[in-house]
Design a protein around this ligand. Structure first.
Ligand code: PMV
Length: 303
């Protein structure tokens, strides 16, 4: 084994289409500039050292990932250093899966192909919630902006944005569980399939329009897509009073549209804004933790 070995992966935002993507509809996601790093060394394992409290799932992740790349987990300790807030909907669990896989593959003297990373990443994501679409590990592995449809393999179309999209990310106060949100929706879908399928179809239409708006840099239209998507997420029952408050506050501060991102039921809200720093400052003055990012800028830098 080549130890110590390191792996890094980025966090993500789902711009449009979360939840419906679990049911085969398209979604848009983008990697963030921030992420997390994992260092694997020899020790009494499988074990995880992290500043974030672990309920045992990260340890299971290391165990399963080691097996996937053909290593014995009992001799492996993973140290995690994360820049991502956990449980906010910014893909920290998927970034962890991909970073662990990359570190372990290096330890095994291998380099995984993107397809292998996506397939393994999706399998590992099931440790965190029961019906993963695979969009989170795809974003963690690719780090770019793309349209995604679940499948084996998933359909992934990179989107080349003419201009970076300015985005404000407002972090919810309390972490929440994607598993609970996805499981709750699954139960409601089972009880009332036709209504939910209709809402998923409406989300798909919003996603396709939003993808076109994002590509040509029409942020006013993209903002309207955010608002329409949030309305449909509310109808699906995956929003929460704390989310609605943040959405309203962002719009009152001048955002062109705002919505939850990721699992919802709390967690982060994203807003498109022509003057993102002004929106962020207004939210910060209310005690909300915010980040300003540019979607699509990472691809330019990487190109
Ligand atoms: O909360 P996150 O960052 O794990 O995002 C989950 C996205 C969902 O669409 C709700 C679930 C999935 O697997 O696609």
């Amino acid at each position: 084994m080549n130890l110590p070995a390191r792996g890094r992966a980025v966090g993500k935002v789902i711009l449009l289409g979360e939840h419906a993507v679990v049911y085969g509809r398209p979604a848009l996601a983008a990697g963030l500039g921030i992420g997390l790093e994992v260092e694997v060394r020899e020790g009494q394992g499988p074990a995880v050292e992290s500043d974030v409290t672990d309920d045992g799932r990260a340890r299971r992740l290391v165990e399963e990932a080691a097996t996937l790349v053909g290593l014995d987990p009992s001799r492996l300790v993973a140290r995690v250093r994360s820049e991502l807030p956990a449980g906010a909907g910014l893909g920290s669990s998927a970034a962890l899966s991909i970073a662990v896989l990359r570190a372990l593959a290096r330890a095994a003297g291998r380099r995984l192909s993107t397809d292998e990373e996506l397939a393994h990443g999706r399998r590992l994501e099931a440790i965190f919630h029961g019906h993963p679409s695979g969009i989170d590990p795809a974003a963690a592995a690719l780090g770019t902006c793309f349209r995604f449809v679940r499948g084996e393999p998933p359909e992934i179309r990179p989107l080349r944005l003419l201009w970076p999209v300015p985005l404000v990310i407002a972090l919810g106060e309390r972490p929440r569980s994607t598993g609970v949100a996805v499981g709750g929706l699954r139960a409601r879908w089972e009880g009332e399939r036709a209504r939910h399928e209709r809402l998923f179809d409406e989300i798909a239409t919003v996603v396709e329009a939003g993808a076109r708006d994002a590509v040509v840099g029409d942020i006013a239209a993209l903002g309207r897509a955010f608002t329409a998507n949030q309305c449909l997420l509310r109808a699906l029952g995956v929003s929460a009073p704390a989310v609605e408050e943040l959405v309203e506050a962002a719009e009152a501060a001048g955002a062109l549209g705002a919505k939850l991102t990721g699992g919802g039921a709390g967690g982060a809200v994203i807003a498109v804004a022509a003057e993102p720093e002004r929106v962020a400052a207004t939210l910060r003055a209310r005690g909300v933790r915010t980040m300003v990012v540019e979607i699509g800028a990472a691809e330019e830098a990487a190109a």
